[in-house]
Design a protein around this ligand. Structure first.
Ligand SMILES: NC(=O)c1ccc[n+]([C@@H]2O[C@H](COP(=O)([O-])OP(=O)(O)OC[C@H]3O[C@@H](n4cnc5c(N)ncnc54)[C@H](OP(=O)(O)O)[C@@H]3O)[C@@H](O)[C@H]2O)c1
Length: 276
Protein backbone atom coordinates (compact mmCIF):
# COMPACT_ATOMS: atom_id res chain seq x y z
CA UNK A 1 0.00 0.00 0.00
CA UNK A 2 1.36 3.39 -1.03
CA UNK A 3 2.03 5.73 1.87
CA UNK A 4 2.01 9.50 2.33
CA UNK A 5 3.55 11.69 4.97
CA UNK A 6 1.08 12.68 7.67
CA UNK A 7 1.29 16.46 7.89
CA UNK A 8 4.92 17.39 8.53
CA UNK A 9 5.41 14.64 11.10
CA UNK A 10 7.71 12.45 9.03
CA UNK A 11 5.34 9.56 9.75
CA UNK A 12 4.28 7.58 6.71
CA UNK A 13 0.62 6.59 6.63
CA UNK A 14 -1.33 4.48 4.07
CA UNK A 15 -2.94 6.62 1.42
CA UNK A 16 -6.07 4.50 1.92
CA UNK A 17 -7.57 3.71 5.30
CA UNK A 18 -10.89 2.26 6.38
CA UNK A 19 -13.96 4.29 7.35
CA UNK A 20 -16.33 2.90 9.97
CA UNK A 21 -19.24 5.30 10.03
CA UNK A 22 -21.59 2.54 8.89
CA UNK A 23 -21.17 0.33 11.97
CA UNK A 24 -24.57 0.42 13.64
CA UNK A 25 -25.59 -0.26 17.22
CA UNK A 26 -27.98 -3.00 18.40
CA UNK A 27 -27.25 -5.49 15.61
CA UNK A 28 -26.69 -9.24 15.82
CA UNK A 29 -23.41 -11.18 16.10
CA UNK A 30 -23.36 -12.06 12.38
CA UNK A 31 -23.48 -8.39 11.46
CA UNK A 32 -20.50 -7.50 13.66
CA UNK A 33 -18.60 -10.62 12.56
CA UNK A 34 -19.00 -9.53 8.92
CA UNK A 35 -17.73 -6.07 9.75
CA UNK A 36 -14.72 -7.49 11.53
CA UNK A 37 -13.98 -9.80 8.60
CA UNK A 38 -13.92 -6.82 6.24
CA UNK A 39 -11.71 -4.77 8.57
CA UNK A 40 -9.28 -7.68 8.89
CA UNK A 41 -9.18 -8.07 5.10
CA UNK A 42 -8.43 -4.35 4.79
CA UNK A 43 -5.60 -4.60 7.31
CA UNK A 44 -4.20 -7.61 5.45
CA UNK A 45 -4.17 -5.48 2.28
CA UNK A 46 -2.39 -2.59 3.99
CA UNK A 47 -5.39 -0.44 4.92
CA UNK A 48 -4.07 -0.16 8.47
CA UNK A 49 -5.42 3.32 9.18
CA UNK A 50 -8.85 2.91 10.78
CA UNK A 51 -11.07 5.94 11.12
CA UNK A 52 -13.72 5.97 13.83
CA UNK A 53 -15.51 8.46 16.10
CA UNK A 54 -17.43 8.47 19.35
CA UNK A 55 -20.48 9.48 17.29
CA UNK A 56 -20.44 6.43 14.96
CA UNK A 57 -23.08 4.00 16.17
CA UNK A 58 -22.92 5.96 19.45
CA UNK A 59 -19.75 4.20 20.51
CA UNK A 60 -20.41 0.90 18.73
CA UNK A 61 -17.93 1.63 15.97
CA UNK A 62 -15.17 2.33 18.50
CA UNK A 63 -16.09 -0.85 20.37
CA UNK A 64 -15.84 -3.03 17.25
CA UNK A 65 -12.63 -1.31 16.16
CA UNK A 66 -11.33 -1.99 19.69
CA UNK A 67 -12.06 -5.71 19.28
CA UNK A 68 -10.09 -5.66 16.03
CA UNK A 69 -7.18 -3.76 17.60
CA UNK A 70 -6.91 -6.42 20.31
CA UNK A 71 -6.12 -9.01 17.61
CA UNK A 72 -3.10 -7.11 16.27
CA UNK A 73 0.16 -5.63 17.37
CA UNK A 74 -0.92 -2.10 18.38
CA UNK A 75 1.98 -0.51 16.48
CA UNK A 76 0.82 -2.10 13.23
CA UNK A 77 -2.39 -0.05 13.22
CA UNK A 78 -3.02 3.67 13.00
CA UNK A 79 -6.17 4.67 14.87
CA UNK A 80 -8.04 7.93 14.38
CA UNK A 81 -11.03 8.95 16.47
CA UNK A 82 -13.00 12.15 16.90
CA UNK A 83 -14.55 14.30 19.58
CA UNK A 84 -18.18 15.15 18.83
CA UNK A 85 -19.16 18.78 19.45
CA UNK A 86 -21.75 18.03 22.12
CA UNK A 87 -19.34 18.53 25.02
CA UNK A 88 -19.40 22.01 26.42
CA UNK A 89 -16.31 22.37 28.57
CA UNK A 90 -12.79 21.08 29.15
CA UNK A 91 -13.87 18.49 31.74
CA UNK A 92 -16.58 16.90 29.57
CA UNK A 93 -14.35 16.96 26.48
CA UNK A 94 -11.59 15.21 28.42
CA UNK A 95 -14.06 12.65 29.72
CA UNK A 96 -15.33 11.95 26.19
CA UNK A 97 -11.77 11.31 24.96
CA UNK A 98 -11.15 8.92 27.89
CA UNK A 99 -14.36 7.03 27.10
CA UNK A 100 -13.30 6.66 23.47
CA UNK A 101 -9.92 5.27 24.53
CA UNK A 102 -11.67 2.85 26.86
CA UNK A 103 -14.03 1.59 24.14
CA UNK A 104 -11.04 1.19 21.81
CA UNK A 105 -9.07 -0.54 24.55
CA UNK A 106 -5.94 1.54 23.87
CA UNK A 107 -3.76 3.91 25.87
CA UNK A 108 -3.52 6.55 23.17
CA UNK A 109 -4.98 7.50 19.82
CA UNK A 110 -2.61 7.90 16.91
CA UNK A 111 -4.71 10.82 15.74
CA UNK A 112 -7.52 12.64 17.51
CA UNK A 113 -9.75 15.14 15.73
CA UNK A 114 -12.37 17.68 16.60
CA UNK A 115 -15.22 16.15 14.56
CA UNK A 116 -17.00 19.43 13.77
CA UNK A 117 -16.26 22.98 14.87
CA UNK A 118 -18.39 23.33 17.98
CA UNK A 119 -21.16 25.94 17.98
CA UNK A 120 -21.02 25.95 21.79
CA UNK A 121 -17.29 26.25 22.58
CA UNK A 122 -14.64 28.58 21.16
CA UNK A 123 -12.00 27.28 18.76
CA UNK A 124 -9.46 28.20 21.45
CA UNK A 125 -11.08 25.85 23.98
CA UNK A 126 -11.27 23.07 21.39
CA UNK A 127 -7.57 23.49 20.70
CA UNK A 128 -6.81 23.55 24.43
CA UNK A 129 -8.23 20.07 24.89
CA UNK A 130 -6.26 18.73 21.90
CA UNK A 131 -3.09 20.31 23.25
CA UNK A 132 -3.75 18.84 26.68
CA UNK A 133 -4.30 15.34 25.26
CA UNK A 134 -0.97 15.52 23.40
CA UNK A 135 0.82 16.64 26.57
CA UNK A 136 -0.81 13.82 28.55
CA UNK A 137 0.31 11.29 25.94
CA UNK A 138 -3.31 10.41 25.08
CA UNK A 139 -2.80 11.10 21.40
CA UNK A 140 0.26 11.16 19.18
CA UNK A 141 -1.14 13.65 16.68
CA UNK A 142 -4.06 16.05 16.50
CA UNK A 143 -6.23 17.48 13.78
CA UNK A 144 -9.66 18.74 12.92
CA UNK A 145 -12.56 17.85 10.68
CA UNK A 146 -15.09 19.97 8.82
CA UNK A 147 -13.15 23.16 9.59
CA UNK A 148 -12.95 25.92 6.97
CA UNK A 149 -9.45 27.11 6.06
CA UNK A 150 -10.10 30.21 8.21
CA UNK A 151 -11.13 28.08 11.20
CA UNK A 152 -8.09 25.86 10.63
CA UNK A 153 -5.78 28.90 10.70
CA UNK A 154 -7.51 30.17 13.84
CA UNK A 155 -6.98 26.76 15.47
CA UNK A 156 -3.27 26.83 14.62
CA UNK A 157 -2.90 30.25 16.22
CA UNK A 158 -3.65 28.69 19.64
CA UNK A 159 -1.20 25.80 19.27
CA UNK A 160 2.52 25.15 19.30
CA UNK A 161 1.85 21.66 17.88
CA UNK A 162 0.84 21.09 14.27
CA UNK A 163 -2.68 20.16 13.20
CA UNK A 164 -1.71 17.32 10.90
CA UNK A 165 -4.98 17.02 9.01
CA UNK A 166 -8.34 18.49 8.22
CA UNK A 167 -10.81 15.68 7.43
CA UNK A 168 -13.22 17.01 4.82
CA UNK A 169 -15.94 15.80 2.44
CA UNK A 170 -14.21 15.38 -0.90
CA UNK A 171 -15.08 13.18 -3.85
CA UNK A 172 -15.70 13.33 -7.60
CA UNK A 173 -19.14 14.92 -7.14
CA UNK A 174 -18.11 17.25 -4.29
CA UNK A 175 -14.82 18.72 -5.41
CA UNK A 176 -14.93 22.10 -3.63
CA UNK A 177 -12.33 21.24 -0.99
CA UNK A 178 -9.96 19.79 -3.58
CA UNK A 179 -10.17 22.84 -5.83
CA UNK A 180 -10.42 25.53 -3.13
CA UNK A 181 -8.91 24.32 0.18
CA UNK A 182 -6.28 21.78 -0.91
CA UNK A 183 -3.80 24.39 -2.26
CA UNK A 184 -3.55 25.89 1.26
CA UNK A 185 -2.96 22.46 2.84
CA UNK A 186 -0.38 21.51 0.20
CA UNK A 187 1.52 24.77 0.71
CA UNK A 188 1.54 24.29 4.48
CA UNK A 189 2.34 20.58 4.71
CA UNK A 190 -1.06 19.52 6.02
CA UNK A 191 -2.79 16.29 4.96
CA UNK A 192 -6.32 16.58 3.64
CA UNK A 193 -8.19 13.42 4.64
CA UNK A 194 -11.01 13.01 2.13
CA UNK A 195 -14.13 11.52 3.68
CA UNK A 196 -17.08 10.01 1.83
CA UNK A 197 -14.75 9.31 -1.12
CA UNK A 198 -17.55 7.35 -2.81
CA UNK A 199 -20.21 9.99 -2.22
CA UNK A 200 -21.44 8.07 0.85
CA UNK A 201 -23.61 5.70 -1.24
CA UNK A 202 -20.98 4.15 -3.46
CA UNK A 203 -21.94 5.80 -6.78
CA UNK A 204 -23.95 2.78 -7.92
CA UNK A 205 -26.65 5.15 -9.24
CA UNK A 206 -24.34 7.80 -10.68
CA UNK A 207 -25.69 8.95 -14.05
CA UNK A 208 -25.04 11.46 -16.81
CA UNK A 209 -21.90 12.92 -18.34
CA UNK A 210 -19.68 12.19 -15.35
CA UNK A 211 -20.67 8.51 -15.35
CA UNK A 212 -20.01 8.28 -19.11
CA UNK A 213 -16.56 9.83 -18.77
CA UNK A 214 -15.69 7.71 -15.74
CA UNK A 215 -16.72 4.60 -17.67
CA UNK A 216 -14.23 5.47 -20.41
CA UNK A 217 -11.40 6.14 -17.92
CA UNK A 218 -12.28 3.00 -15.97
CA UNK A 219 -12.10 0.90 -19.14
CA UNK A 220 -8.64 2.27 -19.93
CA UNK A 221 -7.40 1.17 -16.49
CA UNK A 222 -9.38 -2.08 -16.40
CA UNK A 223 -11.00 -0.72 -13.24
CA UNK A 224 -14.44 0.17 -11.84
CA UNK A 225 -15.71 3.74 -11.66
CA UNK A 226 -15.45 3.53 -7.85
CA UNK A 227 -11.74 2.69 -8.14
CA UNK A 228 -11.30 5.66 -10.46
CA UNK A 229 -13.18 7.89 -7.99
CA UNK A 230 -10.78 6.86 -5.21
CA UNK A 231 -7.73 7.10 -7.48
CA UNK A 232 -8.77 10.62 -8.50
CA UNK A 233 -8.58 11.75 -4.86
CA UNK A 234 -5.29 10.12 -3.95
CA UNK A 235 -3.61 11.19 -7.16
CA UNK A 236 -3.60 14.65 -5.52
CA UNK A 237 -0.59 15.54 -3.38
CA UNK A 238 -1.24 15.67 0.41
CA UNK A 239 -4.50 13.70 0.14
CA UNK A 240 -5.37 10.44 1.85
CA UNK A 241 -8.81 8.89 2.17
CA UNK A 242 -10.90 6.48 4.25
CA UNK A 243 -13.51 4.63 2.17
CA UNK A 244 -16.07 2.62 4.10
CA UNK A 245 -16.77 -0.90 2.86
CA UNK A 246 -18.85 -3.51 4.60
CA UNK A 247 -18.49 -5.96 1.71
CA UNK A 248 -15.18 -7.77 1.45
CA UNK A 249 -15.12 -7.48 -2.37
CA UNK A 250 -15.38 -3.71 -1.96
CA UNK A 251 -12.41 -3.69 0.44
CA UNK A 252 -10.36 -5.67 -2.09
CA UNK A 253 -11.38 -3.42 -4.93
CA UNK A 254 -10.56 -0.26 -2.94
CA UNK A 255 -7.09 -1.51 -2.03
CA UNK A 256 -6.33 -1.97 -5.74
CA UNK A 257 -7.38 1.63 -6.43
CA UNK A 258 -4.24 2.83 -4.64
CA UNK A 259 -2.19 1.44 -7.53
CA UNK A 260 -3.99 3.41 -10.25
CA UNK A 261 -2.11 6.38 -11.68
CA UNK A 262 -4.33 8.77 -13.59
CA UNK A 263 -2.85 11.03 -16.25
CA UNK A 264 -3.08 14.82 -15.97
CA UNK A 265 -5.63 14.69 -18.77
CA UNK A 266 -7.80 12.13 -16.93
CA UNK A 267 -7.66 14.19 -13.73
CA UNK A 268 -8.75 17.25 -15.68
CA UNK A 269 -11.60 15.41 -17.40
CA UNK A 270 -13.04 14.53 -13.99
CA UNK A 271 -12.49 18.07 -12.70
CA UNK A 272 -14.02 19.75 -15.71
CA UNK A 273 -17.15 17.58 -15.80
CA UNK A 274 -18.45 18.73 -12.42
CA UNK A 275 -19.01 22.28 -11.22
CA UNK A 276 -18.76 22.04 -7.46
N1 LIG B 1 -15.41 13.58 9.58
C1 LIG B 1 -16.64 13.47 9.20
O1 LIG B 1 -17.51 14.31 9.49
C2 LIG B 1 -17.04 12.29 8.36
C3 LIG B 1 -18.29 12.29 7.70
C4 LIG B 1 -18.59 11.20 6.90
C5 LIG B 1 -17.70 10.15 6.78
N2 LIG B 1 -16.52 10.16 7.48
C6 LIG B 1 -15.57 9.01 7.40
O2 LIG B 1 -15.40 8.66 6.05
C7 LIG B 1 -15.73 7.29 5.88
C8 LIG B 1 -16.22 7.01 4.46
O3 LIG B 1 -17.32 7.80 4.10
P1 LIG B 1 -18.81 7.25 4.03
O4 LIG B 1 -19.02 6.20 5.04
O5 LIG B 1 -19.68 8.46 4.05
O6 LIG B 1 -18.97 6.58 2.63
P2 LIG B 1 -18.11 6.25 1.29
O7 LIG B 1 -16.85 5.60 1.69
O8 LIG B 1 -18.08 7.44 0.44
O9 LIG B 1 -19.07 5.19 0.60
C9 LIG B 1 -19.49 4.02 1.25
C10 LIG B 1 -20.42 3.27 0.30
O10 LIG B 1 -19.67 2.86 -0.84
C11 LIG B 1 -19.78 1.46 -1.01
N3 LIG B 1 -18.50 0.98 -1.53
C12 LIG B 1 -17.31 0.91 -0.89
N4 LIG B 1 -16.35 0.46 -1.70
C13 LIG B 1 -16.94 0.22 -2.90
C14 LIG B 1 -16.48 -0.30 -4.14
N5 LIG B 1 -15.19 -0.62 -4.33
N6 LIG B 1 -17.36 -0.42 -5.15
C15 LIG B 1 -18.66 -0.09 -4.99
N7 LIG B 1 -19.16 0.39 -3.83
C16 LIG B 1 -18.32 0.55 -2.80
C17 LIG B 1 -20.07 0.92 0.36
O11 LIG B 1 -20.77 -0.33 0.24
P3 LIG B 1 -20.64 -1.51 1.36
O12 LIG B 1 -20.51 -0.82 2.69
O13 LIG B 1 -21.90 -2.26 1.18
O14 LIG B 1 -19.42 -2.32 1.04
C18 LIG B 1 -20.98 2.01 0.91
O15 LIG B 1 -22.31 1.88 0.43
C19 LIG B 1 -16.77 7.06 6.99
O16 LIG B 1 -17.07 5.71 7.20
C20 LIG B 1 -16.12 7.78 8.12
O17 LIG B 1 -15.09 6.99 8.69
C21 LIG B 1 -16.16 11.22 8.24
Amino acid sequence: MRKVELGKTGEQIPVLGQGTWGIKSRKGKDYYDSWKKSLRKGIELGLTHIDTAEFYGLGTSEKIVGEIISEYNRDDLFITSKLFPMHFNFRTMKKAASKSLKRLGIKNFDLYLIHWPSPFTSVEKQMNILDHLVKEGKTRYIGVSNFSVEQFKEGLSFLNTELVTNQLPANITKQKHISESLPYYQENGVTLTAYSPLGHRGYSTLKGELRDKLNIIAKTHNATIQQIAIAWLINHKNVMTVPKAFKIEHVESNAKAAEINLSEEELKIIENTVDS
